[in-house]
Design a protein around this ligand. Structure first.
Ligand SMILES: Nc1ncnc2c1ncn2[C@@H]1O[C@H](COP(=O)(O)OP(=O)(O)OP(=O)(O)O)[C@@H](O)[C@H]1O
Length: 255
């Protein structure tokens, strides 16, 4: 399998109140293969979100480089970077960031219109198909304020997928949800992964990680361990064994 995303010696330092710069990401080397489903775990403050934002070009690293599909992200201008993010990457954030002034359908189609990869009518058709796929087609002309947390997370997924991204990044995509909604969202992510989209997700939830293919463990700005669990087949009976295996491994990491 080819490598879709690679970080070499990626680092990020931040300066607060004119003090010495503090390293929050330290020389991270990482390769993500085309079609992989990778989760990132680790204690609070270990740098998981920072890794996600810097490896995806949402934020600018202070050292090292990132290659995405062979392109050096770290060398692109803001304009080139935002074009690439819009057309090839999807993002599901911890805080959903939907626009309250737009209804649900308009929130989903907006990035599609901006990317101009397809005619507007086709973007709307794709939005309707995606909404159907994640079970929210009845909300098509509803306002954002009329949807539940789980429904909003599905809206965010549709929005992230509108331009058929090659990679989907998620920061706690199931974080604020009850366990039923969380399972549903996870199933949707698996279906997306099975159809070929690479996924990288930050999570505190070992149930989410147990269903991923590879788990990275971060401590203090570095990836200190990783666990290959292999592809999870939806609906199979391997889940409790994977959860047990992951639990043992996480305990060994002191988590
Ligand atoms: N822009 C910033 N300015 C100052 N400090 C920052 C900034 N961004 C992150 N940090 C600090 O860097 C560290 C790593 O933050 P990050 O959000 O990446 O951790 P995390 O592992 O995702 O945490 P959590 O699990 O709590 O979400 C934290 O100590 C955080 O306070």
């Amino acid at each position: 399998m080819s490598v879709i995303l690679e970080a070499k010696s990626l680092s990020k330092s931040v300066q607060v109140n004119g003090q010495q710069p503090q390293p929050i990401l330290k020389d991270v080397d990482l390769q993500i293969k085309q079609g992989e489903f990778v989760t990132v775990m680790g204690p609070s403050g270990s740098g998981k979100s920072t890794l996600l934002y810097n490896i995806s070009g949402m934020d600018r690293a202070t050292g090292g480089e990132v290659q995405f599909q062979g392109k050096k992200l770290t060398a692109l201008s803001e304009k080139e970077l935002s074009k690439l993010r819009l057309s090839s990457m999807g993002f599901i954030f911890q805080h959903i960031h939907l626009l309250k002034s737009l209804n649900i359908l308009d929130n989903i189609v907006l990035s599609g219109f901006m990317a101009k990869k397809m005619p507007r009518e086709q973007v709307k058709k794709r939005a309707a198909e995606l909404m159907e796929r994640v079970g929210i087609s009845s909300l098509i002309d509803h306002d954002i304020t009329q949807a539940s947390g789980g429904q909003l997370q599905r809206v965010a997924i549709c929005r992230a997928l509108i331009n058929s991204p090659d990679i989907l990044f998620g920061d706690e995509p199931t974080g604020a949800l009850n366990s039923k909604s969380s399972n549903d969202i996870l199933d949707i992510l698996h279906e997306i992964n099975e159809s070929g989209t690479t996924i990288m997700v930050v999570t505190h939830d070992s149930k989410v990680a147990a269903k991923s293919e590879r788990v990275l463990f971060m401590v203090d700005g570095s990836i200190v361990a990783e666990k290959h669990l292999g592809k999870y087949k939806r609906g199979s009976d391997q889940l409790s064994q994977r959860e047990q295996e992951l639990h043992t491994w996480l305990t060994a990491q002191g988590f």
